[in-house]
Ligand binder design. Structure first.
Ligand SMILES: [Cu+2]
Length: 125
């Protein structure tokens, strides 16, 4: 291998380690940290496929959150999303993107499917 190959290989290993650390953290819980745009809106995308990915999202407390639910399955379990703290119960069509908006107050706000089987949380920090 040339020196460039070694640099690329080392970078790839570093990137994998970073991704593992970023998404798994020390607790083993997938956590994403989202920052606000200059307009003060936090864009968050959650993939729905057998669960929510990421399932735990940190946002700045008090920020307006625009949450895009990217549902990649038609399992009826994920037909709805419920975020009780923000009074949200919304149908989530299969193989489509659904946007819900709310203002994330400080603290942990659970969200789930309509049956309470899939779980996730928005954390206002
Ligand atoms: Cu369900």
């Amino acid at each position: 291998m040339t020196p460039l190959d070694w640099i690329i290989a080392a970078s790839a290993i570093g990137l994998i380690a970073f991704v593992n650390w970023f998404f798994l953290g020390s607790t083993g819980t997938p956590v994403a940290v989202a920052a606000a745009t200059p307009e003060g809106v936090v864009d968050v995308t959650v993939r729905i496929e057998g669960g929510y990915t990421p399932s735990t999202i940190e946002v700045p407390a008090g920020s307006r959150v625009r949450m895009t639910l990217d549902r990649q399955e038609d399992n009826p379990c994920s037909d709805e999303i419920v975020i009780p703290d923000f009074g949200i119960r919304r149908a989530v069509p299969a193989h489509a993107q659904t946007v819900v908006e709310f203002t994330a107050t400080r603290g942990r706000h659970e969200f789930s499917c309509g049956m309470g089987m899939l779980h996730g949380a928005i954390i206002g920090k």
